[in-house]
Design a protein around this ligand. Structure first.
Ligand code: FAD
Length: 516
């Protein structure tokens, strides 16, 4: 074991020399002692956004958290080292957040995919201890075998546990259970200094809180303890259409005020035939909605609320009645409410069907200039107007999600940045402008840059006018990040100095450029 460690240290030293040298000499797979370090790959250089392509000098495929610790402690003890390191989960970032130009990318999916369950008895909690590189779909598949499931999700499940916990992890369950970062009991983290720390709200809480929503800046999550609940068997999944934004958002706010009845609330804008069709791929109802979208100069747009109620089958609840009680209070368009029943698994995995459909059309592996924003309730009408001033419904390709979240389900001790609570409003909104830009349809470099510029303008204006904050954000300069964090900047920077003083981690976010 000792000999292996010495070999690894010598190999790392050679690696650092190589990375610091103008002549990069890692060109073929090399054996770095017990560390599985490989030359760069196309995968490690890119992400889902397909906007940035930044090759690292090497890729680490760790077999354990000790491999990651060895790398980071070596780098933090080496005065030669200017090398940066990025954890890469499933690489579903948009703006190179998991990339490390000329540095080292740590492929988290190489960690052994371990999931261990603790099933609590009556009145006790249940949880799963999960490796940081495990995807949520794997956790769902395994936990369902025990009749359990996590409480809080993302819409798409082919994302890693470490990747979403570094942001927040939100979906239609967030109004009820909070984001995924509010549903974690404990983490194993390798800090930027290379220390392996088990942290929780009661032990090393500063690190625990910093890492949740911490954008990969303080440590690499190698294990997370995720809270579980009893899994429903089926889900009643309902969609209702609106032709007026005010009525749509009023109904959404009504729904999130009924957490005892509902389990999921989202919504989206129906801009054109394409958005109606693409959002319906997984929804197995015969939707008889063919609205008039107006003309190019005078477009008409619609809105769709989506809600779901869990069906546990063993409980004595009449779900038809529950849906009726809820829908009677809603003010959707006449006859425009559709209800289907699907398995819990199919409901949670619904975006996979859309992915498959888009892949078949050659529309998955295209540019994704996405913009996600948290918008205070008081500014949601202004934000909608800002958005619609910028978007031409006739040529928008993609989806625009809008749904409410409740502030008190978020722990303000974590690193996540929400709009300031200017009023007593519990409600804020998330708006996701999920665009696809296909070079084969004429959207190549210039068109992509134009879309990015327009999104930046929306984000800046919404930030200045209504205090909206980017989620999964991208700020081209460190000063943009200062502004993003606002009064929280000092705490964030202090944590960086404490847990990753050499600024080794998370270079792709562009928050802390290396000083040397
Ligand atoms: P990566 O892109 O690989 O990494 C993201 C960031 O986390 C990087 O900074 C990286 O360095 C860091 N990181 C990765 N792993 C670790 C780790 N183990 N420890 C520390 N830092 C780490 N988000 C939502 O909240 N809700 C949604 O419904 C949702 N739907 C999505 C649907 C699609 C189709 C896509 C492409 C994205 C969606 N996202 C959603 C965004 C997604 O949650 C984030 O992009 C998330 O970071 C992706 O996880 P990943 O494993 O791909 O992370």
């Amino acid at each position: 074991m000792e000999i292996a460690m010495v070999c690894a240290r010598v190999s790392l030293f050679i690696l650092i020399l190589s990375l610091c040298s103008p002549y990069k000499f890692i060109q073929s797979p090399m054996d770095f002692g017990p560390l599985n370090l490989l030359p760069t790959t196309t995968t490690a250089s890119s992400d889902f956004g397909r906007i940035l392509f930044q090759p690292p000098s090497a890729v680490l495929k760790p077999q354990s958290s000790r491999d990651i610790s060895l790398l980071l402690s070596f780098l933090s003890g080496s005065s030669l080292s200017k090398v940066t390191v990025a954890a890469r989960g499933a690489g579903h970032s948009i703006h190179g957040q998991a990339q490390a130009l000329d540095g080292i990318v740590v492929e988290m999916c190489s960690l052994p995919s371990e999931i261990e369950f603790y099933k609590g008895g009556e009145g006790e909690i249940s949880y799963a201890d999960v490796s940081g590189g495990v995807m949520w779909i794997e956790l769902l598949e395994q936990s369902l075998k025990l009749g359990l499931a996590p409480r809080s999700w993302t819409d798409y499940l082919y994302l890693t546990v470490g990747g979403t916990l570094s942001n927040a992890g939100i979906s239609g369950q967030t109004f009820k259970h909070g984001p995924q970062i509010s549903n974690v009991l404990q983490l194993d983290v390798v800090t930027g200094r290379g220390e392996i720390v088990t942290c929780s709200p009661s032990k090393d809480a500063d690190l625990f809180n910093a890492v949740l929503g911490g954008l990969g800046q303080f440590g690499i999550i190698t294990r997370a303890r995720i809270l579980l609940q009893e899994a429903p068997k089926k889900v009643k999944w309902v969609r209702a259409f609106y032709d007026d934004f005010g009525t749509f958002s009023k109904d959404q706010e009504l729904l999130v005020s009924m957490p005892d009845l509902l389990d999921y609330v989202e919504g989206f804008i129906v801009l054109n035939e394409q958005s109606l069709h693409s959002s319906s791929v997984a929804f197995p109802a015969n939707v008889n909605f063919s609205p008039d979208f107006g003309t190019k100069n005078s477009p008409k747009i619609y809105y769709c609320i989506e809600f779901a109620v869990h069906d546990y089958q063993n409980k004595d609840t009449n779900l038809e009645q529950v849906v009726e009680v809820i829908s009677k209070q809603m003010s959707h368009m006449v006859s425009q409410l559709y209800c289907v029943e699907v398995s819990y698994f199919d409901f949670l995995n619904r975006v996979r069907m859309e992915e498959m459909s888009l892949r078949r059309l050659g529309m998955w592996e295209v540019h994704h200039p996405w913009l996600n924003m948290f918008v205070p309730k008081a500014g949601i009408n202004t934000f909608r107007d800002l958005l619609m001033d910028d978007i031409s419904p006739d040529n928008f390709v993609g989806l625009i999600l809008i749904y409410p979240l409740l502030r008190d389900k978020w722990d303000t001790n974590t690193s996540v940045v929400l709009p300031d609570a200017g009023s007593t409003d519990r409600v804020m909104y998330v708006v996701g402008i999920l665009r696809s830009a296909n070079p084969d349809d004429g959207c190549s470099h210039q068109c992509l840059q134009d879309l990015l510029r327009r999104h930046r303008r929306i984000a800046n204006t919404a930030g200045a006018r209504i205090g909206a904050k980017q989620y999964l954000g991208h700020h081209p300069t460190p000063s943009g990040w200062h502004q993003h964090f606002g009064w929280r900047w000092e705490r964030f920077a202090e944590c960086k100095a404490r847990f990753d003083p050499l600024r080794t981690l998370g270079p792709g976010q562009g928050i802390f450029p290396r000083s040397n």
